[in-house]
Design a protein around this ligand. Structure first.
Ligand SMILES: Cc1cc2nc3c(=O)[nH]c(=O)nc-3n(C[C@H](O)[C@H](O)[C@H](O)COP(=O)(O)OP(=O)(O)OC[C@H]3O[C@@H](n4cnc5c(N)ncnc54)[C@H](O)[C@@H]3O)c2cc1C
Length: 426
């Protein structure tokens, strides 16, 4: 493809789904402008959810994680710099410097640098057999160790920790999850729904050690045990750490771009530096619907936000304004969550259906202003109650005041409550 000087030059920094989708976004508007895509890992962009699900369990091929193969990037006239990360950014000069020393000039730059696993900072955490799960190679390394009878200690009962616990238990391992909170996922779902997660895992033979943390990991060169606060040692062949992630904001910070929880953007995903955008896990975007800045670590946000950023780079003025959406699979429980509960809000939880049936919904609600007794839904989740997320997202977006009893009643039509068309039953 020939280029001319009137064309916009695009640079995309990142090797995840947001980066790949940004190429699609740019090309949906601009078929010709040169695109350079820069990754840190020795991989073309890939998506991560299968790393703790199908790929980890061996149900899916490791190569199923690529949204596009190399040939597709050639067809899109994307120049790939794989395994040559951006090490600095000069926003005023509009150049990015790569580790190889190469300088790449841009008119529009997307930072889609995602996040990195937070390290467990206890003695012994560097031993062989202490694993993390963020990258493709880490999923294969873990899979090799999830053998029948292996003793697996999972540190952290967040989404990744619970999905690993489920995969390990299904592989015949003896699994213990250690979590300092009183129930799994307490900060996201509260104790009541967290209790359902605890019960689900116990029913599948997983031992939960709640209200306690890890003091150290024992072993000479290889992890052999996990010492809990109080001194008890859990024998371990494998220790999997899932204690959260940190957004990769270093490039932006180095360039003087505004960063708080993530890289701050407006509703078009533009950062504080002219010509520089951010999307995916690393971005804290201005949500008009939620009237706040939002940063989430969700596949859907990388998928849709990456695409929106690509379009924004190419000149679109559409705002990116989704209601955040997340999903997880554990054993036979498929669940989806939509909405957003700000950290400083302590919502009431309304249940719809009986959790012990493994088919129920939960809503996080606050009193609706001026609507006596009724509530407003901040977020909703279902377990095995499919086709409900459009209604939940509408309730959140429209701030619809709803009657608590009807919300809790599985026979009351949720779509009607939300004022959206019922899902097509066919
Ligand atoms: C194991 C696992 C399971 C998950 N399961 C789910 C799920 O079930 N549902 C769900 O909604 N979400 C899930 N997620 C979260 C989801 O995968 C993330 O939200 C998503 O990957 C974010 O995409 P991203 O492109 O923003 O960032 P990332 O996927 O983190 O990709 C960022 C990439 O940028 C690269 N990079 C960083 N710095 C530089 C640099 N300076 N130069 C070049 N490249 C750089 C990184 O190496 C990385 O490859 C899961 C995540 C993991 C790890």
């Amino acid at each position: 493809m020939s280029t001319d000087e009137s064309q916009r030059r695009y640079v995309i920094v990142g090797g995840g789904l947001a980066a790949s989708r940004a190429v699609e976004g740019v090309r949906s508007i601009d078929e010709r402008g040169p695109i350079v895509l820069v990754t840190e890992e020795d991989e073309i962009p890939y998506e991560r959810p299968p790393l703790s699900k199908g790929v980890l369990k061996g149900d899916d091929e490791p190569d199923s994680v690529y949204p596009h193969d190399r040939g597709w990037y050639d067809e899109q006239h994307v120049q790939l710099h794989v395994g040559d990360p951006a090490t600095s950014l000069d926003a005023a000069a509009r150049t990015v410097t790569l580790r190889s020393g190469e300088q790449v000039a841009f008119d529009r730059l997307l930072l889609a640098t995602g996040s990195s696993a937070r390290a467990l900072e206890v003695p012994g955490a560097e031993l062989d057999g202490v694993l993390y799960l963020r990258e493709k190679g880490e999923s294969s390394a873990l899979r090799e160790r999830l053998t029948d009878g292996a003793r697996v200690v999972v540190v952290g009962a967040g989404w990744i920790g619970l999905e690993v616990a489920a995969a390990a238990s299904e592989a015949g391992c003896s699994v213990t999850v250690v979590e300092p909170q009183a129930a799994p996922l307490v900060r996201v779902v509260g104790e009541q729904v967290g209790g359902w997660f605890a019960d689900l895992h116990r029913r599948h033979g997983v031992t939960l050690r709640l209200d306690t943390g890890v003091e150290r990991i024992t072993g000479d060169t290889k992890a052999e045990g996990v010492v809990l606060e109080g001194g008890e040692t859990l024998p371990a062949d494998v220790v999997v750490v899932g204690v959260g992630i940190t957004p990769n904001t270093g490039l932006a910070e180095g360039a003087g771009i505004t960063v708080d929880d993530g890289i701050r953007t407006d509703e078009h995903l533009h950062t504080s530096a002219d010509g520089v955008l951010a999307a995916g896990d690393v971005a804290s975007w201005r949500s008009t619907a939620l009237d706040t800045h939002v940063r989430v670590e969700h596949w859907a946000n990388a998928h849709d936000g990456g695409y929106a950023a690509g379009r924004s780079m190419a000149g679109s003025d559409e705002a990116y304004d989704p209601i955040p959406f997340f999903y997880s699979d554990q054993y036979d429980a498929g669940l989806e969550y939509a909405g957003y509960v700000p950290a400083d809000v302590d919502p009431e939880v309304v249940l719809r259906g009986e959790p012990s049936t493994d088919e129920f919904m939960a809503f996080w609600v606050v009193p609706a202003e001026g609507a006596d007794g009724r509530v407003r839904v901040l977020a909703g989740m279902h377990v095995n109650v499919w086709d409900t997320m459009d209604a939940v997202q509408a309730l959140v977006r429209d701030r619809t005041p709803v009657d608590r009893e009807r919300l809790a009643d599985p026979d009351a039509d949720l779509s009607e409550l939300a004022g959206v068309p019922a899902p097509d039953a066919s």
